[in-house]
Design a protein around this ligand. Structure first.
Ligand code: AMP
Length: 556
């Protein structure tokens, strides 16, 4: 076992002091058998539930931990003490069901405090939670159950404004399925209120959870995340990247089923002892005025969402509610187009930051104020030719790679598949490990611009054009709500651009004029080779559950 040379070891050593450890770690990071996998803060023992709850009780027991806006628009609040009490009760109940350290517990619950209680109860016991978005399809849920073999599945049979609920795999000798909205569960939980369960102190590299990727980066994979490294990374990011102070009310719009929901909806705010806002998506709680009203009513200070949500919100025009409390809006998850960026900064009058990350990384890898990004903290990155692995020159597009390690909080491995983890994500060059993001990027004026997934690059007669470049070129054209560029086969050029353009009820004549405008804009901004072969007008486009375009489906 050797130790990775991280040039920021002293930084992480210091950041780790922000966490309470039951036993000190012996080093900052160590490679496992020559890498690329590694352990952060080996030898240290800690617990996420303790750090998110118990340690705040003396000074912040009465402070609001969670504000939840439900699917009807009603609001409820839970203090740190109340949350701690509920977590203890559920942990006690789970022990009575035989749940132990290392067992997987699948959580398929809507965005209510109970989802957070369930996650923290697992963390308390050292059980590994696997949160799955509660609007998932039955097939996808069944696939995930087979993949991780949970001992317990917590779900909800109440419709709560949604159209459909996934069918729950039937309980078996090895799986207990519990409907958390049944009278039986409510009664059982009430009987355990008042019980106190000591935390199980986990070695820092023990898994805290699994999270299946959303599918934008290929087939769903079970990302394994550790305990100590994750907590240290989240606290460090809140301080140095989000500049969070002690009085914040943090609103992450993503469901707990996604990485943003895990990291900045639940763990980071609670580890830091601030207030987090959970909101249950519904026709009442849609992006736009209902969000801005929440900002004004609840005094939200920081908000994290996806650029697509802001594009939707923009259709309703300038916010009517006061956004005076909002210190920053963070956008992550997809390329930030200039029109959306300028609408936030000028239209809403709010500071806007762009964060680039992946489910795999657990927290942002790059950040910036517009589309130009820089590595977060002391991460070392490069852009390389995907075939030769050689560094690209400025202006030349290639694959973004992260040198040596993803940093604390990055995935430890893929669930029961170290081989796929090592082979899919890691490259070795000149005795160094490089994490392959599989995203196409280019250096421009000392910053990095993400162009999209590597397979989102269109090869037009040998000229490579990123779909993001095409989409950005069309930003700001009146009448276009959203646009997705994909590739379509061409007998001479190999591939050409095809566009899906979301508009609102245009006449045939207006569509014809818009097509002309689109062609002219693409020729002037990208060149003649970018002329689209097809332009399809649509009222809406298919998206993943987490709100990203299903590009593969559109291309097909
Ligand atoms: P997921 O793991 O589903 O959250 O998707 C991660 C992918 O989303 C990344 O690999 C990128 O392709 C894309 N992505 C995330 N954040 C950004 C961003 N700020 N700009 C451009 N693309 C992004």
């Amino acid at each position: 076992m050797s130790t990775i040379t991280v040039n920021d070891a002293a930084f992480w050593q210091q950041e780790a002091q922000r966490l309470d450890w039951q036993q000190d770690f012996t080093s900052v990071v160590e490679e496992i058998d020559g890498g690329p996998r590694c352990r952060w803060f080996p030898g240290g023992r800690t617990n996420l539930s303790y750090n998110a709850l118990d340690r705040h009780l003396a000074e912040k027991g009465d402070r609001c931990a969670i504000i939840q806006r439900d699917y009807r628009g009603a609001t409820q609040r839970l203090s740190y003490h109340e949350l701690w009490q509920q977590v203890n009760a559920l942990s006690h109940l789970m022990i009575s069901w035989g749940i132990r350290q290392g067992d997987r517990v699948m959580i398929v619950l809507p965005m209510t405090p109970l989802a957070a209680v369930a996650m923290l109860a697992c963390a308390r016991l050292g059980a590994v939670h696997v949160v799955v978005y509660s609007g998932v399809t039955s097939d996808a849920l069944a696939q995930r159950v087979v993949a991780c073999q949970p001992a317990l599945l917590l779900h909800c049979s109440e419709h709560r404004g949604r159209q459909e609920l996934p069918s729950i795999p039937t309980a078996s000798a090895t799986l207990r399925a519990v409907d958390c909205y049944s009278p039986d569960f409510t009664q059982a939980l009430a009987q355990h209120i008042g019980c106190v369960v000591p935390c199980v102190w986990l070695e820092s590299s023990q898994p805290s959870h699994l999270l299946f990727t959303s599918g934008t980066t290929g087939a769903p994979k079970g990302i394994v995340r550790d305990t100590g490294g994750y907590a240290v990374a989240l606290l460090a990011s809140l301080r140095h990247l989000f500049h969070v102070q002690d009085d914040e009310i943090f609103f992450t719009t993503a469901d707990v089923g996604w990485v943003t929901g895990h990291s900045y909806g639940i763990y980071a705010p609670l580890l830091a002892g601030i207030t987090t806002v959970m909101y249950e998506a519904s026709t009442v709680n849609t992006p736009g005025e209902s969000w801005w009203q929440m900002v004004a009513e609840l005094g939200i200070t920081r908000m994290l969402t996806i650029a697509g949500a802001i594009r939707l919100a923009r259709q309703q025009g300038k916010p009517h509610a006061s956004l005076a409390s909002l210190r920053s809006l963070y956008l992550a998850g997809e390329p930030l187009d200039p029109a959306t960026h300028s609408w936030v900064t000028r239209g809403m009058g709010v500071t806007c930051e762009n964060h680039y990350w992946q489910t795999e990384s657990g927290w942002p890898l790059l950040a910036g104020t517009g589309s130009g990004l820089a590595p977060v903290f002391t991460r070392a990155v490069d852009i390389v030719d995907a075939t030769s692995g050689e560094s690209c020159t400025p202006g030349q597009a290639g694959m973004l790679v992260i040198k040596d390690t993803l940093g604390p909080g990055g995935m430890s491995t893929l669930w029961q598949d170290d081989t796929q983890h090592d082979q899919r994500y890691w490259l070795r060059r000149d005795g160094r490990w490089f994490y392959a993001t599989h995203d196409c990027a280019v250096r421009q004026n000392d910053s990095i611009v993400i162009q999209g997934r590597m397979d989102d690059v269109i090869n037009i007669g040998g000229k490579r054009l990123a779909t993001a470049e095409v989409e950005n070129a069309l930003a700001g054209i009146a009448g276009i709500i959203e646009v997705v560029a994909t590739r379509t086969p061409h007998h001479l050029l190999g591939e050409m651009v095809a566009l899906f353009v979301v508009t609102e009820g245009l006449t045939v004549q207006q569509e014809g004029m818009l097509k002309q405008q689109i062609r002219e804009r693409l020729v002037s901004r990208c060149g003649r080779f970018a002329l689209p072969r097809k332009i399809h007008f649509r009222r809406s486009l298919p998206k993943t559950f987490s709100g990203k375009f299903l590009r593969r489906m559109l291309t097909a």
